[in-house]
Design a protein around this ligand. Structure first.
Ligand SMILES: [Zn+2]
Length: 288
């Protein structure tokens, strides 16, 4: 239950912070604060105040290349965060959370543990697992090798799908070389298009998934038929990792900046690039 008083007080604090901000960036951060009234994320309990706020609360700073030091420019996000916390607002970070466009509650968009699974979809708009229409959502996943059901609250069995009794694994521990792409291709060859993938478990370096088929097409596919057509990656991801690591340059090379090496376990290749300290701090170093 939202505490209207806390919500209004939070709004007043944000407005006051906007006025007090010394910089345009600081005012921008105040504009960016998102308030919502509860969690749509499994495992989270709504705060007593009924108000959650997310933003980038870090003090605004810039990196001085000459001195190689960070200089604080505006501490308004940090001060606003402390003030909101004081009145009971639950604090989260905007690079980890988003708001469901259905119920306006908070969903986590970044993993907080190795076993975390997504509880929202953001194809057309961002919607939490409680707000999606299960039938329409499962139909959207049909025939898609790059998408999978990760919601524990939707059971495909209740919507006309049957699970193929074979557990698939993809990961880096060796032998975990099931390929959704190959499995999808094999299904299509067998005349089945109403299939979808369900991610059952996620680990630090691997995951297990299942193939579900709509009952109208279930007889077309068997594990043996799939195996005969091929369900595995061209190269075992564990071997690809080994090759990529062996080929990754050990020396960081000359030039300014921080060396970032990215490994592609689908091909066994590595790429190296230089990023600035600012890019590294902003977390853009691993974006392709
Ligand atoms: Zn929702």
């Amino acid at each position: 239950m939202t505490n209207t008083n806390t919500f209004e007080r939070a709004l007043r604090l944000i407005k006051a912070a906007h006025v007090a901000a010394k910089t345009i960036d600081g005012k921008g951060r105040c504009d960016d604060v998102t308030l919502c009234t509860g969690y749509a994320e499994p495992g989270y309990t709504d705060p007593d105040s009924g108000v959650i706020a997310f933003c980038n609360w870090n003090t605004i700073s810039s990196y001085n290349n000459a001195t190689q030091k960070r200089v604080d420019v505006d501490d308004i996000p940090n001060r606003l965060c402390a003030a909101l916390e004081k009145i009971g607002v639950e604090i989260e970070w905007s690079d980890e959370w988003a708001v469901c466009e259905g119920c306006q509650k908070a969903v986590r968009t970044q993993a907080d543990s190795y076993g975390w699974k997504r509880s929202y979809t953001d194809d057309d708009c961002l919607v939490c697992r409680d707000c999606v229409d299960p039938v329409a959502f499962l139909e959207e996943l049909e025939g898609e090798e790059n998408k999978a059901l990760t919601f524990d609250n939707i059971d495909p069995a209740e919507h006309g799908y049957k699970k193929l009794e074979e557990e698939f694994q993809h990961g880096l521990y060796g032998g975990q070389d099931a390929s959704p792409k190959k499995i999808a291709k094999a299904c299509r060859k067998l005349g089945c298009t109403r299939f979808l993938f369900v991610i059952d478990d996620v680990g630090q370096f691997d995951l297990s998934f299942a193939l579900w088929i709509h009952e109208s097409e279930y007889d077309k596919v068997t594990a043996a038929k799939l195996d005969a057509l091929g369900t595995k990656t061209d190269i075992d991801p564990a071997d690809a990792l080994k090759i990529a690591l062996q080929n990754a340059p050990v020396a960081t090379g000359g030039g300014d900046g921080i060396t970032v090496t990215t490994i592609d376990v689908s091909t066994g290749t590595s790429t190296v690039k230089k990023v600035t300290a600012q890019e590294f701090i902003e977390g853009t170093a691993f974006k392709r």
